[in-house]
Design a protein around this ligand. Structure first.
Ligand code: NI
Length: 178
């Protein structure tokens, strides 16, 4: 297992369109393991392969939601290879989203509230599930990465510039502190 470096804006590789996985081998399983380790260490709840520089349609998600309010986070690792969304609802849900590639920045993004998702596992088996809530939002956010889209691309130009400026300022401050 290895913690991989996470690409951050404005790295142009984040705009890559990721390619479908066609070979379900040990290398794929290794990539998924490394992605989980990287995501947990960050820490984050979702990661797309392109965020660690691998342009393949591979996502890992773990919402780590506690069983009861204020309880300990419970791990529930989910792997999505070649994911597709079918039947997105017209009803939208708004979440204050963040992204490991846009560190420490958050903004409200609206997306379909419920989706039907189809994906493959690391052995190539196909799965389908109806999703809502944070899982539906997170999967859509991660799937955007496969098309080279970041959550800030859903914002108005003005709002996006504000987020990027704030990120730049915080990076400078961190540089001074270090
Ligand atoms: Ni992201």
């Amino acid at each position: 297992m290895a913690i991989l470096p996470i690409l951050e804006v404005p790295d142009p590789r984040l705009k890559t369109i990721s390619q479908p996985v066609t070979v379900f081998d040990a290398e794929l399983k290794q990539l998924v393991e490394d992605m989980f380790e990287t995501m947990y260490a960050a820490p984050g709840i979702g990661l797309a392969a392109i965020q660690v520089g691998v342009p393949k349609r591979v996502l890992v998600i773990d919402l780590q939601e506690p069983e009861e309010e204020d309880g300990e986070p419970v791990r529930d690792p989910r792997i999505f290879i070649n994911p597709e969304i079918l039947d997105p609802s017209e009803e939208l849900a708004s979440y204050n989203e963040g992204c490991l590639s846009v560190p420490d920045q958050f903004a409200e993004v609206e997306r379909p509230a419920t989706i039907h998702a189809r994906w493959q596992d690391t052995d190539g088996g196909t799965h389908e599930e109806d999703m809502d809530g944070l899982l539906a939002t997170c999967l859509q956010h991660e799937m955007d990465h496969l098309e080279g889209i970041l959550f800030i691309d859903h914002l108005s130009r003005l709002k996006r510039q504000m987020v990027l400026k704030k990120l730049q300022k915080e990076r400078k401050l961190k540089g001074v502190a270090a």
